[in-house]
Write a protein that binds this ligand. Structure first.
Ligand code: ZN
Length: 51
């Protein structure tokens, strides 16, 4: 499950598999689906990470 965290005024979505944070829930969900399926990171997805 993608986790949400509050950072100041912003809500960030965290991939529970790789712990990367995203501003878009949709992208975080894609990342998590990818990570749990392939156990690797998809560079096209993680370039959207905020931290
Ligand atoms: Zn991930």
């Amino acid at each position: 499950m993608v986790k949400t965290i509050r950072k100041g005024e912003k809500i960030l979505y965290v991939c529970e598999e790789c712990k990367l944070k995203y501003e878009e829930r949709e992208i975080a969900e894609k990342c998590e689906a990818w990570c749990s399926k392939y156990k690797t990171c998809n560079l096209e997805i993680i370039e959207h990470a905020v931290e």
